[in-house]
Design a protein around this ligand. Sequence first.
Ligand SMILES: Cc1cc2nc3c(=O)[nH]c(=O)nc-3n(C[C@H](O)[C@H](O)[C@H](O)COP(=O)(O)OP(=O)(O)OC[C@H]3O[C@@H](n4cnc5c(N)ncnc54)[C@H](O)[C@@H]3O)c2cc1C
Length: 425
Amino acid sequence: MIDGRPGLLRAAYDVVVAGGGPAGLGAALAAREAGAERVLVVDREPEAGGVLLQCIHSGFGLHRFGQELTGPEYAQRSLQAALDHGVDVLSDAFVLDIDSDRVVTLMSPDHGVATVRSRATVLAMGARERTHGAIRVPGDRPAGVFTAGLAQRLVNLHGVLPGRRVAILGSGDIGLIMARRLSLEGVEVVGVFELMPFANGLTRNIVQCLHDFDIPLHLSTTVVGIHGRDRVEKVTVAPVDGELQPVLGRAWDVACDTLLVSVGLIPENELSRQLRLRIDPVTAGPVVSSAMETSRDGVFACGNVVHIHDLVDFVSAEAELAGRNAGLFATGVQPPDDNVRLQPAANVAYCVPHTVSTDREHIVYLRVRKRMEHCSLRLSTSDGRVVHERRLRYAVPAEMVNLRLRPALLQDFHGDSLLVEVVER
Ligand SMILES: Cc1cc2nc3c(=O)[nH]c(=O)nc-3n(C[C@H](O)[C@H](O)[C@H](O)COP(=O)(O)OP(=O)(O)OC[C@H]3O[C@@H](n4cnc5c(N)ncnc54)[C@H](O)[C@@H]3O)c2cc1C
């Protein structure tokens, strides 16, 4: 169905967007506003909106709308804006392939396997959750082990509780939000166990979801065993040493019937790999220019498929950029060239975009590798000359750092690569 009307799929579009979460919907709107006439968003779920549809808590849109919206409200605003601007939204349709000529193959109950041509394509497929299999938790394989996002879907969309006494492995935002959500439903949350010596979620979520509900957070602790015949009966947890190895002599058992795993998201880049895009090994997403263009002309990307965002507001800002440039590309305008490569250096895991230009303003997103207090974000040349320095009160891996890079900051810089580092003062 396209916007509730079956059978209107065209053979060719100016821009086709794979994925109808906030990134895809935002990009489609921006492409229309940039002059693309025919824009199609394809989403595999029955309704567009992405992961926001299951996030019924508030906290979305503070930066963008200055309002605290729930996930579905934010998704509805994004969807309505796209529809109002004449974007076609095809839900219940899976993008199977995008070839190097930007021919998109999709599959849906209404259209079977169909191909559509596009002048420009935007990748906005989001991310999926890492499972307990991916981190190889030893023990039995009873029922009752869920990813936190699956539990969220069960509770918020299907009205089903995953269990009655829950332990949570990992302190990512989804696990924290589920700790609160389940507590509100009368489920006993016995604790959150985090391998690292710091929490992996936003500070506001630690306070609002754990402290406010007296749920203990055990740092430097992990689950070393899952026990139960048919259903989880208990898990064994143990502290870890400085090398993150469990100290089994100090392990203890925690009675529970459910283990939720909240150990990170993985960008969904099967389509990107089929397209042979350059992938950043740290973000596991495509390498992008300041126009959010990937290593293939006319293929743009935004949102969680590029790097994992903690706030949807930044997803929408990035989507606007990708969509605008895709729309312009479709009307024959090439994205502007970049002349500087950003290289993550001391304590910086990655930077997006990967390249920038000295004559335009950019927002650069980055994540640090470890927790630091009173530090400085520095841009410097490979021979150690500091080009720009900004003080940060603190930096933690869970919170993306944004740098507004204005041409004035780089007026004395004439090289072709800049080191981006965060150092303690
Ligand atoms: C549990 C949870 C809580 C969160 N809480 C907050 C919060 O409080 N505040 C906040 O600002 N942010 C929050 N976020 C973050 C925010 O929701 C995400 O950053 C944002 O949804 C990412 O948008 P996206 O469009 O990149 O990805 P998604 O929302 O994941 O959308 C991607 C879409 O692409 C579709 N898709 C994927 N592959 C294909 C394909 N091959 N064919 C067709 N469709 C495809 C998927 O079905 C999905 O609909 C939260 C996220 C989660 C998971």
